[in-house]
Design a protein around this ligand. Sequence first.
Ligand SMILES: CSC[C@H]1O[C@@H](n2cnc3c(O)ncnc32)[C@H](O)[C@@H]1O
Ligand SMILES: [Zn+2]
Length: 435
Amino acid sequence: MDTLCITGGRVLHPDGRVREGDVVVDREAGTILGVGADEAIAKHAADASETLDATGGLVIPGLVNAHTHVSMTLLRGYADDKPLDAWLREDVWPAEAELTDDDIEVGAELGVLEMIRSGTTTFADMYFATDRVADVVDRAGVRARLGHGVVTVGKSEEEAIADVEESLAVAADLDGAADGRVRTAFMPHSLTTVAEAYLREGIERAAAEGVPVHLHANETREEVDPILGERGERPLAYADDLGALGEGNFLAHCVHVDDAEIELLAETGTAAVHCPASNMKLASGMAPVQRLREAGVTVALGTDGAASNNDLDLFDEMRDAAMVGKLAADDASAVPAEAVVEMATAGGADALDLPGGRIAEGEAADLAVVDLDAPHLTPVHDPVSHLAYAVRGSDVRHTVCGGRVLMRDREVLTLDADAVQARAAEAADDLVSRV
Ligand SMILES: CSC[C@H]1O[C@@H](n2cnc3c(O)ncnc32)[C@H](O)[C@@H]1O
Ligand SMILES: [Zn+2]
């Protein structure tokens, strides 16, 4: 049998416990064959086709970035210190109007490179030129749920219809690409940037095809108030009426949600993707993560785009989520370390309905090895505490997705890191000079 064995480290199990042991992977199936320190595992380790050394390290599930716009790496640091609406209208949308498909591809390469280097194996992406993003996912060896983002405000009826059609066509055509590592969703941008008729038709057709729906929801007060004023109902009641809530669907942000909306998410099985860094940078607000989790809502973590974060490092996101979760709840015991680790792993995989997120026999072999042998990680009283509060993306030693080694000893094997960085820097300069 063709196996990969990750040896000599400690392993984070789905129950949050950490134990010494090896992880044996069936490379053909891309799944975990066994975990532990018993004789059978030792025999597998001795016979392994390939070995990754985890000595002094912690093996964790590959992290899941459940909401991003990966190609926005080209706009990292382009526009800061503004609230969402002004940031989008004055800076981001004019720049995005100049993006070529080549820019989107190189921006995606840069973002995926950054994610692999910080232990992320799976992401959800809402953007444009989705076929080019899918091609990057294929070459880089990661997993993703991808969609074409629909905006109809400011467009003619013909353009708006074409945008909805493109999102539905992309969802149908790209699903299963990259040997099944690409799955898709219908992705209207938000409840205020897509008009009701288009939302209603697109969501109905997506549901009929079994395609999930992903959108930004309840991100700012400026987005909630007009819906409340014009419709006399809260945004998630409107979303429910549109058919946007349900198992498999996931909403980014969910900052300004009241108790009834939290209950709606829980009842319908709709997941929420918490984006703490973006919410803080744009001063959008503090999501009630503790209350969402207590209500039984699946909560995942997302970086949002690199222009509002400004990185794609899920370790930063875990720390931010734990910190701001305590402030939001006015309670230092809220959103503890084990909660944010769960949100970045199993919670993310569940929200996106993709494999991975748990290290156990039969699960997808999506893994990262974190090196704990560093001054800022010494001593190790509690490895889970370190994951949430002290580890940095640059502490990741190896990254594996579907049993394939994507980064070994910090060398990314599936992308040419220097070339990607150089191409992206040039594309970003050209882009800005055109805006
Ligand atoms: C239509 S493709 C996605 C669209 O979303 C924009 N975007 C980036 N970050 C955010 C955010 O935090 N809230 C809302 N929209 C955002 C991105 O620039 C694309 O235009
Ligand atoms: Zn977003």
